[in-house]
Design a protein around this ligand. Sequence first.
Ligand code: FES
Length: 315
Amino acid sequence: MSDDRAATVELLGERTFSLAPGRTILAGALAAGVPHYHACGGNAQCSTCRVYVERGAEQLTPPSAAERRLAEKMGFPDGVRLACQARARTPGATLVLHRIVRDEDDLNLFVRTHARGRSLGEQRELALFFLDIRGFTGFAESSLPFDVIHILNRFFALVRGALAEHGGRVIEVAGDGLYAVFGLEGGDAVAPAIRAGRQIIDDVARFSLDYTERYFGYRVTIGVGLHYGRVICGHVGIGVDGALSVIGYPVNVAARLQAATKELNNSFVVSRRAIERLDDPGALGLADVEPQIVFLRGVREPCAVYLLGAPYRDG
Ligand code: FES
């Protein structure tokens, strides 16, 4: 005897409705009077119908080929399904969902994101790289504005070049500091970040010797902090274009590692979490390096770190 019990769908914060066997979530929602967006008419082309499945994902039919294509193109995070494709496959199933596009503002934001082919926001494991010029404020206060900006532009051109060479992506530049990530395109994240950090430290030392010390009597030194962790990536901003943001607790840890370069008297501080991601630490000359335990301001647990740079000459 066939079991044709309807599923129960709870749209969080909205309403609960029954979903007859074989019916899509979209069809069920519309029948129940939910104004569920479906710009392409249920053809797995627009994704305005997408929902986040809070509970019961395993009780849904697997994504159709068309849904898989769209999900891949738009970088759907785990748990996001197209309501126009998904049906309950377990009789009497209970499904708990969030609608993602709920009103006109959501829709406008979504259309812009979609038009730019951007991901909707996802969790990623990335190498998080913070860099700062040490003691630049003192130089800036005693120098001509033109010289200050000119040196910063020279400095950032040099840093950008090294980051690009090793696959790093700049997320934010603030004053005389910079935040970048590695691993956005997949593949190895930490080894390229370490290579970039070393190259930047060497390049900056040369730049300082050949240029700023010679013409301005100013020695440029930098601090670099590197960590690895699971973060949230997505386009956020107050402007129309919204820049890529990468946020989360590991980002704070990476920033604190950079800040700790001064008290640890070393230009490149890398967390053990990052080093543990290396397939072959020996290839980077790190086979015999020992970590030390430090307490970072604002970080919950003690942190094991490796000092991969050089001591500052002035401590
Ligand atoms: S309605 Fe367009 S993808 Fe579902």
